[in-house]
Design a protein around this ligand. Sequence first.
Ligand code: MOS
Length: 750
Amino acid sequence: MQFSAQSNADKPTNSAIGKPMDRTDGRLKVTGAARYAAEFPMKNLAHAVVVRSTIARGRIQSIDTSAAEKSPGVIAVITHLNAPKLATTDPPEVSDRYLKVIPVLQDDRINHYGQHVGLVVAKTFEQAQYAATLVRVAYTQERPALEFAANLNRAYAPERINAGYPTDTQQGDLERGLSAADVRIDVTYTTPIEHNNPIEPHATIAVWEGDRLTLYNSTQHVDANQTSVASTLRIPKQNVRVVCPYVGGGFGSKVPTREHVILAAIAAKQIGRPVKVALSRAQMFTCVGHRPHSQQRMRLGAKRDGRLTAFAHESIMETAVFDEFAEQNGVMSRMMYECPNSLVTHRIVPLNLERAMIMRAPGEAPGSFALESAMDELAYALKIDPIELRVRNEPPRDPESGLPWSSRSLVQCFREGAKRFGWEKRLAEPGSMREGRYLIGYGVASATFPARRRPSSAIVRVLPDGRVQVHTGATDLGTGTYTVLTQVAADALGVPPERVQVEIGDSNFPPTPASGGSFGAASFCTAVQEACVALRQRLAALVRDDANSPLRGANEEAITAADGRLFTKGQPARGESYVAIMQRHNLAQGVEVRVDSKPDDAAQKFSMHAFGAHFVQVSVDPDTGVIRIPRFLCVIAAGRILNPKTARSQIVGGVVWGISMALHEETLLDARYGNYVNGNLGEYHVAVNADIPDIDAVFVEENDPHVNPLGIKGIGEIGIVGAAAAVANAIFHATGKRIRDLPITPDKLL
Ligand code: MOS
């Protein structure tokens, strides 16, 4: 794999930001010293295994736990019959779904297959696992709603879709726009249920000391865990501590607090011992969310020159009967291309399935498959190069909000990508390129993701020995939070990165938003940056009035920091080290500053998004339909890239998942019973090494002065957006077959 990134021209040469620094936690990870949730050593630890419903809808008639209770090692069996009463309504101030209460085992109602109906706690994991098989549950079954197609008549418009976006938007007059078009397409795409499979399975250890609860929980958001758990258990928030120094991936599934966390807490309370609940891969298919099935109708109309005259994107998805979730499939369509007449709608069909929930690039990932495939179909219908079609519909402002872009480098991404990829070698006619007997196809697609920032807090300390300590609640999903926070603090305080110690993943530290929504770096780094600046100012204020300091009387603006010292700009000799300042002022604890950083009004003034372009080559065996991907190029413009090495991994990871989504991933429902027939990694196929080509991830330079002070746009999700469409488009180019139903398996090409 190759990698290249252009540097930010305005940064000083000794800057840590922008360097491809190795992960600061890399050594701990490869040596096994990094401790994940299930690995915290605990005296007297008991192990718990969940019992899952085997029907999709009905009521529990009776539960016989006697055999389980008598089984060796069993300490307790908890069901709705003996579980403590939990809060079932949210505290009034709760606005965010991730802060809601999580009542579990509170009644006999079954809403989906695999629902938790009990928890068996034993001395060992094996004993708990065996005893869980002995719990006998009798049900009164009711007819579940499971078939999407058969329940389409129950589709309804939710009040809002995920992330608070409007459900429906409309501009101009769609019908008029369609009539005015020279070329029209009207096609429907479908995407299957897909499941999050982070490498580290969900796990929690719950420990009570008196009335205080500590949870070692694999999570993307310690602070939301703390709030949800406290309100569910009806205890003060400060009595709950959530610890999560490392996370082996989450992809959205670890943003909400999950029911097994509550189960661990109530079990630990009940037996007076620490309890661990470590979910199995199979269990995770029915209790940590999934991407819902979608059906997306696209209607596009354009003039001969490619200019869009009409655009409609209508999505229907499934949602749980007990919890409404509408993936925002159409949000990318609302802002991506210029079109005077448009309609974007979302409908949901309630089914007896576990709740669909956020999964990497919720909305944009499946929505971009429909949007970017449809743009490709339109390009072929018009006989216009697919890149050119996108360029011709480039909007000067955000078509939805009317706001100017804070920056938008989509065209640069396509131009740069076309050059690197050799797009000019593409022959326009589908099925016209071959290598031996293999059909070759080139495909492109656009990518985008909102650049957001949320309130975030941090404490930064300079210790008496000159080391810097950063404390913030943020989590590192394996993506590089520790590393980029180190780089930001090192630059802002002028110390080498080795002198910075970052501690995160603890609700005792100042609160942050989730590591999610691609807003982690923009939120956490800005807070740390601001805290460092405030700290520098505090130290500068000390020395300016200090008769013994060489900086006495210096202007605040004239003081800068590097190599662990403060000095006047252009006069490096006039200055002193942090160590010297703290010694003279008897600051035995060092100096610390806490900052509660809040976004400014940039989001009201600008439309802020990262953009990118995917280029893929496929090779299709015309006899077997087997699809190989020899190369993939992703060009991203996402503002300042803090660390090109970890950033590259994020984009490559997104592309890998996009390929997986295009060719492999699909959760198969048995609509008679509501169970997933391939609910385990053995049969739920994800891309493996042999499926993954030479992926090149490139960043184009983009200095965005508006998004946030550091110019960060976020890169956690954009890599998957459009990637599946690029593959589908390349397959069409290779074969002339347009597959509108994911995944694109060989049988669909024959
Ligand atoms: Mo992401 S789906 O917001 O973790």
